[in-house]
Design a protein around this ligand. Structure first.
Ligand SMILES: [Zn+2]
Length: 240
């Protein structure tokens, strides 16, 4: 027994003096950063889920009140694709169910639940107001008119296609700005009814790059958007 213990001790000691190639010392700052990032990710995920729980029922209620679209059963999720830029988007699935996606970059940049709720309300508003269908219809009509005009002028098929694309883009661009403002106003109402502060939420605009004047842009300028949110909130508070 004593021999085994002595052998074990010898092995332990041998381990102590072994000169293996040194391992890299852990970078304490990097490790702390990773722990912090993980905690921050967890906090944001909880904030997102809580905001969804508060906003989705209100969005559904307003959607049913307006009666513009048939499906008001929102599914709100975080898009897990890491490379996507800061963005939130609205679309529908094959059954017509409205989907609202937040990219991880957007969630990571959002400062608080008020900002998340405002963006969520804005995207829900696009669906509630039937913007996708209207935009598709507008683009189709403009493209058709352009095709007829181009054909009348004897243009080639390729020229007709180019004219169609340009007309569709120009037609939807004008509508886009109007739709963005409509979605901001209704989005503010959704956020307010869900218990959030749309004025704080609209602070998100301050961090968006300002659209360049004279340049084709689908979004109105940030100051106009913030002013509209403030005006909407004032009107809603006066009414209640
Ligand atoms: Zn929008």
């Amino acid at each position: 027994m004593r021999i085994w213990r002595a052998a074990a001790l010898a092995l332990t000691l041998a381990g102590c003096v072994q000169t293996a190639s040194p391992i890299a010392a852990p970078n304490a700052a990097r490790a702390a950063e990773m722990v912090q990032a993980k905690a921050e990710g967890k906090r944001k995920a909880q904030m997102f889920l809580q905001t969804v729980a508060a906003v989705a029922p209100v969005a559904k209620e307003i959607c049913l009140e307006k009666q513009i679209v048939g499906n008001c059963d929102f599914q709100i999720f975080v898009d897990p694709r890491l490379r996507l830029p800061e963005n939130a988007y609205q679309t529908v699935d094959y059954s017509g169910r409205p989907l609202i996606g937040f990219t991880l970059a957007l969630l990571s940049d959002a400062r608080d639940a008020d900002e998340i709720a405002f963006v969520m309300g804005h995207e829900a508003a696009h669906h509630i107001l039937g913007h996708l269908a209207q935009q598709a219809q507008t683009a189709q009509r403009a493209a058709q008119a352009a095709a007829v005009a181009a054909a009348d002028q004897g243009q080639s098929r390729r020229q007709i296609r180019t004219a169609q694309r340009a007309a569709a883009l120009a037609a939807t661009e004008g509508y886009s700005k109007l739709f963005e403002l409509q979605a901001d106003a209704l989005g503010a109402e959704i956020a307010l009814r869900a218990g959030f502060d749309p004025l704080l939420g609209a602070a998100f605009f301050d961090r968006l790059p300002q659209p360049h004047h004279g340049e084709a842009s689908s979004h109105p300028d940030n100051r106009t958007r913030k002013a509209l949110v403030a005006q909407t909130v004032q009107q809603l508070r006066r009414r209640s």
